[in-house]
Design a protein around this ligand. Structure first.
Ligand code: HSE
Length: 403
């Protein structure tokens, strides 16, 4: 019998219990032993809940129970979640998590600790919700030097951008819907300002280079400045706008990783990733392109990914199932200011001549609007673009990178 404890009975926690209970035959067969949820840790009581008898309020009950070999940390945050994770691993209990904030911040350290204690720290659900992406990178793409990852990693913002593009939907209303559907973080700022996607791309980047990529050092821009007008211009150019998390590896082992709203061609496979779906487009030096697609947020998809890790741990009781390389050493990061790309700029109509003079190699985008004007620059260095934008002053309404 495999006894599991679930830390946090919120959206994902209740999903984990549901997956283990409802799919018990499948999960137990694949684990090789019958699996059950013995404890649910939460500060609250849940009168009337079918699993109310399993709720405990003191983590020590779980820690001191030798029957519990696997702990699911789905409480979020980097305070108590970090302490409980460390204590569980110290006690030789494997930990499976969806907590991308904690994985991004302490992943290397927790993996090392788990290895020394012959248990596992698993985080499939921390990136891409229900999409298998961590395990494929660690176990399937092992023959590859991964050259780049371009991804849509936040379901909430993809849901909002899709509604804005297809229905001209109101931003605030759509965010509220995403929260009601259980996609958004408790603090939606983490979603809309790009921090959630940033943590996820930092995790993927760390696995890509085998060294620690500090999410706090990555350039991160959210979607709050994107307007329906920007979508009109994108459409006129045969493009769409997505919040892209990108990570590009260089020959010397350095990396350029960032999160920003990006205009990309409708022809790109990621342009077809809509609503709460996420997509991860990986390019390997031998394989070429491969794309992973699925529900990037939500109770059951995320819980399914957590439970897939639980099954993996159950198959390796008494030894570590960790196969990834993620050293504590910091990866060398490239300064984006020196990198080159084209940019979309939207300016007030009175600045039409100025924009053309500032970026002589570009072209106007005809979207039939008179109140402003859209322009796509030549490919140029980020720092040169930023310098020229200063000359537009308050006539600059928006700027968006092109993929
Ligand atoms: N808030 C996150 C999202 C949840 O919208 O993608 C899944 O990590």
């Amino acid at each position: 019998m495999i006894s599991v404890a679930v830390l946090g009975y919120g959206t994902v926690g209740s999903g984990v219990v549901e997956v283990i209970e409802n799919n018990n035959a499948e999960v137990s067969a694949k684990a090789g032993e019958e699996m059950h949820v013995k404890y649910i840790l939460d500060l609250r009581d849940f009168p009337g809940d079918p699993y109310e008898d399993r709720v405990v309020h003191d983590f020590r009950v779980i820690l001191e129970d030798p029957e519990v070999s696997i702990v699911c940390e789905v409480m979020g945050g980097v305070g108590a979640a970090y302490q409980f994770t460390r204590q569980a691993l110290e006690a030789g209990k494997s930990v499976c998590t969806s907590n991308k904030e904690l994985v991004a911040k302490h992943g290397a350290e927790l993996l090392e600790l788990a290895r020394t204690k012959n248990c596992s720290y698993m985080f499939e659900a921390s990136v891409g919700g229900g999409i298998p992406i961590i395990r494929p990178i660690n176990k399937a793409l092992t023959a590859e030097k991964i050259e780049s990852i371009i991804a849509i990693l936040n379901g909430t913002t993809n849901y909002i951008l899709t509604k804005m593009e297809k229905e001209g939907a109101d931003y605030a209303q759509t965010l509220k819907q995403a929260q009601e559907l259980g996609y958004a973080e408790r603090n939606p700022e983490a979603d809309v300002e790009g921090h959630d996607a940033c943590r996820k791309v930092a995790i993927l980047s760390s696995l890509m280079v085998g060294k620690n990529v500090d999410s706090e050092k990555l350039y991160t821009e959210g979607i709050t400045r994107i307007t329906p007008a920007d979508f009109e211009y994108a459409r006129a150019e045969g493009m769409t706008i997505k919040l892209l998390a990108t990570s590009v590896g260089y020959e010397d082992g350095s990396i350029l990783a960032m999160v920003a709203p990006t205009m990309l061609s409708k022809e790109h496979p990621l342009a077809a990733v809509n609503d709460v779906y996420n997509g991860v487009f990986v390019t390997g030096n031998m394989l070429g392109d491969v794309m992973f697609y699925g529900k990037g947020a939500g109770k059951l998809p995320t819980a399914s990914a957590v439970v897939s890790d639980v099954v993996d741990c159950a198959r390796h009781i008494g030894r570590s199932s960790i196969v990834c390389i993620w050293d504590k050493e910091e990866a060398k990061l490239i300064d984006k200011a020196e990198t080159e790309k084209a940019f979309f700029v939207r300016v007030k109509a009175i600045a039409k001549d100025t924009v053309c003079k500032l970026f002589p190699g570009g072209h106007f985008v005809e979207a039939g609007r008179s109140e402003d004007c859209g322009y796509i620059t030549e490919v140029m260095k980020e720092k040169d673009f930023a310098e020229k934008c200063k000359e537009l002053g308050e006539n600059l309404l928006n700027e968006i990178r092109l993929a």
